[in-house]
Each structure stands twice: as C-alpha cells, then as structure tokens.
Design a binder for this molecule. Sequence first.
Ligand code: GSY
Length: 184
Amino acid sequence: MDELYPREPVWPEAYVALGSNIGNREQLLKDAIDRLDGSPGIQVCRVSGIYETDPVGYTEQPPFLNMVIAVRSEHSPVGLLHRLFEIEKQLGRVRDIRFGPRTIDLDLLLYDNVLMDQEELTLPHPRMMERSFVLVPLQDVIDAAHPLHEKVKKASKAALQDGKEGIALWKTINWRSASEPFES
Ligand code: GSY
C-alpha cells in the first residue's frame, strides 16, 4: 500500500572522535558535544565512555581524555568537517605543535559508508584502526550494522589485551539530545 505521508528523511550517521589534554578536559569535551548538538542539521545520537589515555606520538605531554560520538547530519562530509573546525576554534584550539597538546581535537572518523580521499578529508579516517584511543571508545557507539563494526570490535579488544597504550575508562556520561523530546 502506498504511504499517505512521506517519511522524514533519515540523515546519514557519522562518528566523531574527541580528545583534550589541556584545561578542564571533561568540560571541553562536553562543550564540544553541546555545540555540535546545537548546530543546525546535526544531532548527537550516542556518546561513548570517557577514557583517559597516554599520549601517542609526542609523548612529553599530559594524558588525554578521549571519547567518540555518533551523530546524524544533513551536511555533506566536508560540511560536517568544517563545523568541527569551527567548534575547535571556538573552544580555543590553536594548531601550533603538530602532535602537541590541545584544548580540543575533533576528528571525523566515518561518515555513513562513504569512502573518499581528498586533500581536505579522507574517509574512513586513515589512522583510526591503529589508535586504541579511537578504537576503544568507537566500539562503545558503532552501529551493529556498520560494515566496520566487527573489525572495530576485534581491533579494540586486541588493543586492550595488548595493553601497550595506556587506556582506562575514566567516566561514563548520560546524554540526551537537546533536540529530542524528553520521555521518562
Ligand atoms: O589525534 C588526536 C590527538 N592526539 C591524541 C589523542 O587524542 N589521544 C592520545 N592518547 N594521544 C594523542 N596523540 C595525538 S596527536
């Protein structure tokens, strides 16, 4: 039978990694999530635990808090990336030392099943499968139907067993999108 009313379009789901190792790290993560959720055409759907992680790359810097969130977005991948850059700037991110400390870092990991390799953006994120500080929180929120779901679960489990990179669950937070009606 034909539908009487067209369904609301479902926006593509994307995954964003967050990291902070300067200032009030937890507040900066929460502010970034609030700003994303308050952005037109973006809705935050799920948030991972917050993990405290040893710095990778440039190791002479404070530990990070890392997490991953699932969002739905009506923007293109590059449009969403630009919104992430704007929020980084608003929250005081300065791009000076390449792998150095930062108030907030927002990386677009996956956008639906999109594969792209452009100067500005590569999807999936080219280094995500090597980083436990990304894989472990990502496995908290990745949709079971996502093509990378099993691979992420396995790699995350291996990273935790391997134990080379220090990573520990620091806190879990509740999240309810500001754009969703509250139902108890
Ligand atoms: O690429 C993200 C910034 N970053 C991080 C990070 O977020 N967490 C940890 N543990 N190490 C990192 N090294 C860099 S660079």
